[in-house]
Design a protein. Structure first.
Length: 504
């Protein structure tokens, strides 16, 4: 068999597997958007069957044989060629998947299914004691998982690597810590600032149907192609790129809060534009047809949501339209007041409701805690006390209950340890990439004032989307911005913006 024939067979196999993955994606989308409650057992059986098929096909020894054959050939000599990228990333995935013993995968699935149900009860009743034994079990399983994968440095690296390939605690901790210290200072400045923002402006009556019309017109202006995508309603918004020509985003509407759907749509559309910008017609089913990492994915959503969607220039174009649409609530409001309201900063308990400035502090606290739990530096029983004392230090307020503290997120109970950092990585990459875009497109912000967003969309497509997994996240960052990941662009962006709004 020639090496070319081996490569073709490999691609044929991974495309077929990706068809199964995208089929599961459609079923998962339907589960969250349309499915009647009583369909959940059938759906779990369908998705379970597909997951088993996908795992079996991807870990078959034939995939390993084909990879070995191609790895010896000239096809992978140029590390940036399509073939070399696909083989490098498939090898990486294959080794990971085959290293995990089936018994451990099953144990993790079983334990996290049960623990999530107790977590829900524990959060509802503010009952940490109910959840504590699960934390112990799950972090034990996570240590086993890290051992199975293998790692350099600390076990956390093995888990982080699953969500952000190539990232290590050495690489990110310094950046995170500096960011945390800067944010604590920024929050103090905002708290003591002479000017205040009026959040109540965006907490008036906002007709849901009009919110949908407005949201769709914003999505279209940003470049979301409704002939190749849809916007639907769910409780927990998400984006799912099924494959070529079909990208789904969802949102939720609150008749008394404009921000939820509006910024939620821009966020998910940012993910959607990434999915649409990857050349899936050509590369579907291979790593070249997939996003670089969760952190890079999140950088795209946060850029459209924050750097673009919360900018003064964006609103100088869209605010008059919003005012016409929501006359009752926005008729007497000025652009500056509205801009202040959508950028309101105040410390709060709940991560998913946090503003742009405090959000990363929520993440950094979780990152520190889960690392310490995995290393055994803190014990599950100490989680509430540890959480609350860090919270006080970073946010300046006392946590009033574990439900509003260490019990609020599903991640640990679901076995998603190592996932949290990708949110902050997304914010950091977003600021760093956007600063470069502004440098390279000198009139970028004034384009926003004219409602022209496609220049940025095309820049992102060219610099990031079209490359799929050609570059790992930190290499991509270096290539596009000329520098490794840094706290500086995000800190500079926030200080400049909030100094303007709060007058410090
Ligand atoms: Co996101």
């Amino acid at each position: 068999m020639s090496e070319r024939a081996a490569y073709d067979e490999l691609v044929k196999k991974t495309r077929d597997i990706q068809l199964l993955v995208s089929t599961a994606g459609v079923l998962g989308w339907d589960e969250r958007v349309n499915m009647p409650r009583s369909g959940s057992q059938l759906r779990a059986d369908q998705l379970g069957l597909l997951a088993g098929m996908i795992h079996e096909q991807f870990t078959s020894p034939r995939i390993g044989e084909l990879l070995s054959k191609i790895e010896q050939s000239d096809m992978v000599k140029d590390p940036e060629s399509v073939e070399a990228v696909n083989v490098r990333e498939l090898r990486y995935q294959y080794d990971k998947q085959t290293k995990l013993p089936k018994s451990l995968v099953e144990e993790i699935t079983k334990v996290t299914t049960l623990s999530q149900s107790d977590w829900m009860t524990a959060r509802k009743n503010n009952d940490f004691k109910l959840f504590e034994p699960w934390l112990d079990k799950i972090f034990g399983l996570m240590r086993q998982k890290a051992d199975a994968f293998g790692y350099t440095g600390e076990p956390y690296n093995a888990l982080l690597d699953e969500y952000e390939p190539g990232a290590t605690t050495d690489q990110i901790s310094q950046v995170f810590e500096t960011l945390r210290n800067e944010l604590v200072v920024l929050l103090k400045k905002i708290a003591n600032a002479p000017k205040k923002t009026d959040k109540s402006i965006v907490e008036r009556e906002y007709n849901v149907e009009l919110q949908r019309v407005f949201g769709e017109s914003v999505a279209g202006a940003l470049g979301f192609d409704f002939s190749a995508g849809r916007l639907d309603v769910t409780t927990h918004p998400f984006c799912s790129g099924f494959g070529p020509g079909d990208t789904r985003v969802t949102t939720r509407y609150n008749p008394k809060r404009l921000n939820d759907a509006l910024f939620g749509i821009m966020h998910e559309v940012g993910h959607g534009l990434y999915e649409m910008g990857i050349n899936k017609e050509k590369y579907f089913g291979t790593p070249m047809g997939d996003a670089a990492s969760l952190g890079i994915h999140e950088s795209q959503s946060r850029m459209w949501e924050n750097q673009v969607g919360r900018s003064k220039e964006f609103w100088s174009y869209f605010f008059p339209q919003a005012q016409r649409m929501f006359k009752e609530s926005l008729g007497g409001v000025t652009l500056d007041q509205f801009y202040g309201a959508v950028n309101d900063v105040r410390p709060s308990y709940i991560r998913v409701e946090a503003d742009e400035a405090t959000y990363n502090l929520h993440i950094l606290l979780r990152y520190e805690m889960e690392r310490a739990l995995l290393n055994g530096d803190i014990k599950p029983k100490d989680v509430p006390a540890e959480w609350n004392s860090r919270f006080k230090k970073y946010f300046g307020i006392e946590v009033d209950s574990d439900s509003n503290g260490c019990l609020q997120d599903v991640h640990w109970g679901a076995g998603l340890v190592g996932y949290f950092p990708t949110y902050t990585l997304g914010n950091l990459y977003s600021a760093q990439l956007f600063a470069t875009a502004k440098k390279e497109i000198h009139d970028l912000m004034s384009r926003f004032e004219r409602g022209e967003f496609l220049t940025l969309r095309n820049w992102l497509k060219d610099k990031i989307h079209q490359h799929g997994q050609r570059y790992r996240a930190n290499a991509l960052c270096q290539k596009v911005t000329g520098k490794p990941l840094s706290h500086e662009p995000l800190v500079a962006y926030m200080n400049e913006k909030y100094a303007g709004i709060y007058g410090f």
